[in-house]
Each structure stands twice: as structure tokens, then as C-alpha cells.
Ligand binder design. Structure first.
Ligand SMILES: C[S@@+](CC[C@H](N)C(=O)[O-])C[C@H]1O[C@@H](n2cnc3c(N)ncnc32)[C@H](O)[C@@H]1O
Length: 557
């Protein structure tokens, strides 16, 4: 369950007029050359002493690394699960990536999509979308663009497309930090604002400012700098729901956690709290030794892929080459999430020898047969598409979707790809998600298959998302609920005592306890909708029943 969407790092492209796009296209090469010739100003020229000062009381400090740039390292040994420093955003803004047009605007206060019959609600002062009277007085709106829009008579909707319009709200709030808090501005100016690969050119802001209605506001250089800082550093949230059915989409710039680096097998987990003001919480998922770098996974979506596709995504969308310990290993830390079966001998496994060489042929470890990465990539892509069509296939054929996923696993696992290959793991995950919402209706053999799949996924996550990670926590939750259903079914057929020993029941209770601990200490918990909060409540009741059973009572019924 990915509550917070992703670290933004998914470069948001400002849509420019066609003329500008063409101009940027032709300027692009020249720009790259200039960029290389320029002295390296990737991290800006703010006052770094302010960063040191801001970190004085925290259990981590600033460090530098040749592969990662600035990063945070532990000042003392950190314990798995301990809550680190809460960071409040220097500014945030609604993110319109998933919104189509101005008819369902985003609230400038809480970033909720106004699709609940409140699409016409406006701020009484500036006339821009505000969902309710609760949001009228939100400081981030009132003290920022609200007055500016009144002063310059900027009306909603402005004469620009919806995505850049909302991006401009975040940029304007960032620019206003310069006047409202010069110290924070200096601190922000130390942040990285250009990506390593620099695939997306910066827009020419002059025309945009004109169309938006703020031709005189802010220097173009500062607009560019703040957009760059947002693109490289902001964390986005996509699924925190203020109320059921009305999701919020936004991105926040955190002055401290912007310095944390990414890992595809991280040692910390993060969450953005919806209220009071989008604070960010970070916890180590494993014990971290003094001097070790803290890392989070910027985008959980990427983590599921094997090394090749994952790196491709990170390069494309975050514009850097990931140097984490998982990405430098073609074996994905021994899980072999990307390994395919040899096309020739059908026995060996194919992977490249060097994960950092994207053009290297993949070689069979038994017969040395080689294939190009492009071929392997399109082969894997077509397998994934096949499993991705399961829902459509189920609708067309009337076959249960779980069966279609099962057949997919059966015909590909250990036949065309490694049994841990990410396309297989994804199909297994799809089954777990589908069956989890249907557990009380499953037969014993289906429940057994469900718990087997949870364990299969756990053996992968134990390596790539170790410790107290969200992924392992959720899998323990599903496993615990599956075990409980099994106990219940066995009791109903009077087969409990002959099937499960007392030791088995103790193990089941331990899994329940682990899952409850995951919920209790989960930084995502407060952000869950009421609906999702019911899940841990079921678990607590079920754990109580297993405990009573262990003590000799005759529950559950
Ligand atoms: C949010 S910033 C982190 C702080 C940044 N290193 C700095 O110097 O300010 C994200 C950037 O850090 C670098 N980075 C973070 N994680 C990395 C990783 N796993 N491998 C390589 N570079 C990484 C990339 O340049 C990325 O665009």
C-alpha cells in the first residue's frame, strides 16, 4: 500500500508554446555544451552553515560522497523503528499530474481534487479554488499567492495549461520565501537544482509569466532555480485522502530531507503526514551504525522492478544514474529479479556481468550464449504486458482473474524467467491483493496458496526492502490475516488439532504480533483513510482470538 506516492523526482515538464518547444529543442545541444563548460553549480551557492545549524539537534549530519553528492549520515547508532526528526515543508504546492482540466480544480489549501460538488468554491479574497472555509485561512495560501493575485489581478483560470499553472503555485510560494524568510531562502539555495543527466531543459519563463499574469514578479533566474530545486528535491503525496473519494495531490519541499539520498534497498522509510501541515516523518527500517548514510526509496513504484528496468526508469524520470548497492549488482542482491532463462540451453540464467554497462550483452551462466539488452528488455516487456492484461482477459473470457495470474506464473516461472523475476513477483502480488479483500470467502486450499504467495514475496522483500519496511509490514499483515482464516476453517471442520501443532499456532501469533507492531509504529498510519484503518482493527481482534486459543479457549468461531 503506497500511501505517499513518490518522491517527485519525476521531472514535471512545463508545457510551453510549440514555438518555445521547438526553440528549446534546437538550443538543447548548445545548452548541454555550455552546461559542461560551466563551473559546477549543481548545488547552488546558499549558506551551507545554515544547514549545519539546522542539523545541530538531529541524530544525523551532512556529509559528501563522490557518487551521491551531499547526503545525510548517522551521527550515532540509530535503532530500527525510532522516529527521527520531523521536517516541515519550506513550501508545498498542489500537483496537477493526474488532473485533466480546470473543471475539477485542486484546492490551494489542502490540495484536494474538488470533485465533490465543490468545484465552484473559491477563496473569498483572491477568487482561486479553495475547497471549504477550513482552507480559506491556510497560511501557505493566505500569506503567499492570495495577496499577490489580488495585487496583480491574476484571475483563475489563468491563460496557461493546468499542469504548469499548479507548478507555478509551488514556484511562487518558493520565490516568496526570499522575502518572508531570507534565512530559509539561503538554506534552500544550497540544494541541488540540476539533475545529473539534465534531460529536461528549463523553460523560458518570460512568456509563461506574461501569460500567467505576473510579468514583473521574480527574476527569471530565480524561477529557474526554484523549479530545479522542486524537480530534484520535492516529495510528492498522491493518495492521502482528506475524505473518502477526494484524493489530494501535492508536492512538498523539505529543507532537511531534501539532502537524503535514494537507495533501491533503503535503510529508512518515509511518510508525509496530512495534517497539521504536511510534515515528513522518517524512521530507520534497520539498525544503522554511526557514520552510515541514511537512504530512502524516492519512488516505491521503481523498487519492484529488476535492476535493468529500474535503472531505466530512474534515468528517465529522476534523471540520475542510481549507484545504490542494489543497482550496481545485476543479481539484485542475490534475488535475481531480472534474470531470464537462457534462450538457447533453456537451463542457465542470463544477466550481464556489469550492471553499470547498459549496452553489454546478457550472457547465460551455463552455456555463455549472449543476447542484447534491447532484445531481453522487449521480451520482458511483452511478458509484463501479458500479465497486465489479466483483468481485460477475465472480462472477455469470464475466467476468474486470479486463475489467469496463476496460469501466467505456472507457464513462465522457472521456464522463461527466474522464479523471482519481477514479472512473476508482480503477478503474485496481484493475486495477494485480490485475495486479501476476499479472504473470508476462500476455501482452505486457496488460503494456503495465499499464505504461500505472501511467504514467497517476503523472501524477496527480506532482501530488497529489509527490516521495518512498508512492504514487509503489509506482507506480514496479509500473512497474519491468511493464517487466521486457515485456523478458522480448520476449526470449522474439526481438523485444527490434527493439522496445526501448538508451535504452529505460536508462530501464527508471532506473525500477528509483528504485523500489529508494524501498524502501531507506522508513520503512514495517521494518513490512512477510515476504510484502511479498519484493516489493523480486524487484525487486533483476530490476534486476541488466537491468543485465547493458545490459552485453551475455544475461539475463533
Ligand atoms: C534530493 S537530492 C539528494 C541530495 C543531493 N545529493 C545533493 O547533493 O544535494 C537527489 C540527487 O542526489 C543524487 N543521488 C541521490 N541518490 C543517489 C543514488 N542512489 N545514486 C546516485 N546519485 C544519487 C542525484 O544527483 C539526485 O538527483
Amino acid at each position: 500500500m503506497d500511501i505517499n506516492g513518490a518522491r517527485t523526482l519525476d521531472i514535471k515538464r512545463m508545457k510551453l508554446s510549440p514555438t518555445d518547444e521547438a526553440k528549446l529543442e534546437s538550443d538543447n545541444n548548445a545548452e548541454t555544451v555550455n552546461f559542461e563548460e560551466e563551473e559546477d553549480d549543481t548545488n547552488g551557492k546558499g549558506d551551507i552553515s545554515l544547514v549545519y545549524k539546522a542539523l545541530e539537534d538531529s541524530p544525523f549530519e551532512l556529509d559528501g560522497d563522490s557518487a551521491y553528492g551531499l547526503c545525510l549520515i548517522a551521527k550515532r547508532d540509530l535503532k530500527a523503528g525510532e522516529l527521527l526528526h520531523d521536517d516541515t515543508p519550506a513550501f508545498f504546492g498542489p500537483s496537477a499530474d493526474l488532473v485533466e482540466d480546470y473543471s475539477t480544480p485542486l484546492c490551494l489549501g489542502c490540495c484536494v481534487v474538488m470533485n465533490d460538488g465543490n468545484g465552484e468554491n473559491r477563496c473569498p479574497t483572491c477568487g482561486w479554488p479553495i475547497c471549504s472555509s477550513d482552507c480559506d485561512n491556510i497560511e501557505h495560501h493566505k500569506a503567499n499567492e492570495c495577496g499577490l493575485f489580488v495585487k496583480h489581478d491574476v484571475k483563475f483560470p489563468p491563460n496557461v495549461e493546468i499542469q504548469p499553472c499548479y507548478k507555478a503555485i509551488a514556484i511562487i510560494r518558493g520565490l516568496l520565501v526570499k522575502e518572508r524568510s531570507p534565512q530559509m531562502w539561503e538554506q534552500l539555495m544550497t540544494l541541488q537544482w540540476k539533475t545529473q543527466l539534465q534531460l529536461t531543459p528549463f523553460p523560458d519563463f518570460e512568456e509563461f509569466k506574461e501569460n500567467f499574469g505576473l510579468p514583473e514578479f521574480g527574476e527569471e533566474e530565480d524561477w529557474t532555480r526554484i523549479l530545479g530545486i522542486i524537480n530534484v528535491n520535492s516529495y510528492s503525496f498522491q493518495r492521502i485522502e482528506k475524505k473518502e473519494g477526494s484524493p489530494s495531490f501535492g508536492e512538498c519541499l523539505f529543507p532537511i530531507y531534501s539532502l537524503m539520498c535514494h537507495s533501491c534497498s533503503p535503510n529508512c522509510t518515509w511518510a508525509i503526514q496530512y495534517s497539521p501541515e504536511f510534515s515528513m516523518k522518517v524512521r530507520p527500517t534497520v539498525d544503522i551504525k554511526k557514520g552510515e548514510m541514511l537512504s530512502v526509496c524516492y519512488n516505491h513504484e521503481f523498487s519492484k522492478f529488476g535492476f535493468y528496468k529500474r535503472q531505466e526508469k530512474i534515468r528517465e524520470r529522476a534523471e540520475f544514474e542510481c549507484k545504490c548497492r542494489r543497482c550496481v549488482d545485476p543479481h539484485d542482491l542475490g534475488t535475481d529479479l531480472a534474470a531470464v532463462k537462457c534462450f538457447k540451453c533453456k537451463e542457465g540464467l542470463m544477466l550481464p556481468e556489469d550492471a553499470s554497462d547498459f549496452e553489454m550483452d546478457w550472457k547465460c551462466d551455463k552455456c555463455s550464449y549472449g543476447m542484447s539488452p534491447e532484445f531481453i528488455s522487449s521480451f520482458v516487456e511483452s511478458l509484463y504486458e501479458q500479465s497486465d492484461m489479466a483483468e481485460d482477459e477475465a472480462q472477455e473470457t469470464g475466467e476468474p482473474v486470479v486463475k489467469i495470474f496463476e496460469d501466467f506464473i505456472l507457464s513462465n516461472s522457472n521456464i522463461k524467467v527466474h522464479s523471482n523475476h519481477w514479472v512473476i513477483a508482480e503477478a503474485a502480488h496481484a493475486i495477494v491483493r485480490l485475495q486479501a479483500s476476499n479472504l473470508s470467502k476462500l476455501k482452505l486450499e486457496e488460503v494456503n496458496r495465499f499464505t504461500d504467495l505472501c511467504q514467497y514475496l517476503l523472501q524477496i522483500k527480506n532482501v530488497i526492502a529489509p527490516g521495518f519496511s512498508n512492504e514487509r509490514g503489509m506482507l506480514h499483515h496479509h500473512l497474519a490475516r491468511g493464517y487466521y482464516m486457515k485456523v478458522k476453517l480448520l476449526i470449522n471442520t474439526d481438523a485444527l488439532k490434527t493439522t496445526l501443532s501448538e508451535e504452529d499456532l505460536i508462530n501464527i501469533h508471532n506473525v500477528q504480533k509483528y504485523a500489529m507492531k508494524f501498524w502501531k509504529e507506522n508513520p503512514h498510519y495517521e494518513s490512512l483513510t477510515e476504510n484502511l484503518k479498519r484493516e489493523p482493527e480486524y487484525l487486533i481482534g483476530e490476534a486476541e482470538e488466537i491468543k485465547l486459543l493458545l490459552e485453551g479457549s475455544n475461539v475463533p468461531k
